[in-house]
Write a protein that binds this ligand. Structure first.
Ligand code: 5CA
Length: 161
């Protein structure tokens, strides 16, 4: 952990302060870029990491945020069926311009362009989860219910069998 938050992590802390539920961004000295690294840094299971994955809806070009358990892979066909449009994995430039954050630190809320949000229903069975907070070293702890309320996301079956 380091004392002062870097600018992108600070931005997420300010967003969380606006939500007002008392969430605290923790910036680690070690990487939390991948779900496994985040789990190792935090001391939780990889399934407790809520990874924020950005897709691009092919017809509308709109950003789609799928918040998935770190233990799962996202079934793009299932997501397409849920939103009524096929999707593709976003490239790093799309992620940066639409969310305002770089891959590896994309938080589940506070994006430049509000995305359509789906939440992996597997996360809802857990007591505590952790999400990225703006940088590849920053995370915050929350409950699945809080994730749903702060993102306005729709819980759904999005994982690959
Ligand atoms: N901080 C961690 C734990 S919360 C984190 O952000 N993990 S993540 O899984 O949500 O973000 C990394 C994800 O970015 C990868 O799972 C992958 O889906 C995506 N990604 C990584 N590299 C690329 C790339 N070159 N193009 C598009 N997406 C990428």
């Amino acid at each position: 952990m380091v004392a002062d938050l870097s600018p992108s992590a600070r931005r997420v802390q300010d967003i969380l302060d606006g939500v007002g539920l008392g969430h605290t961004v923790i910036e680690h000295a070690r990487s939390t870029r991948t779900s496994q690294e985040a789990a190792d840094a935090v001391g939780c299971t990889v399934g407790q990491i809520a990874k924020s994955l950005i897709f691009r809806a092919r017809t509308s070009g709109a950003p789609v945020l799928v918040i998935a358990s770190g233990a799962n892979r996202v079934d793009e066909k299932a997501v397409a069926a849920l939103i009524g449009e096929t999707i593709e994995r976003a490239d790093p430039e799309f992620v940066r311009t639409r969310t305002g954050f770089a891959i590896g630190g994309v938080p589940p809320l506070g994006h430049t362009e509000p995305p359509l949000v789906l939440i992996d229903e597997d996360l809802l069975a857990l007591d505590t989860i952790w999400a990225a907070a703006g940088t590849p070293n920053a995370v915050f702890r929350l409950t699945p219910d809080q994730l749903v309320s702060m993102t306005g996301g729709r819980p759904a079956a999005v994982k690959k069998a």
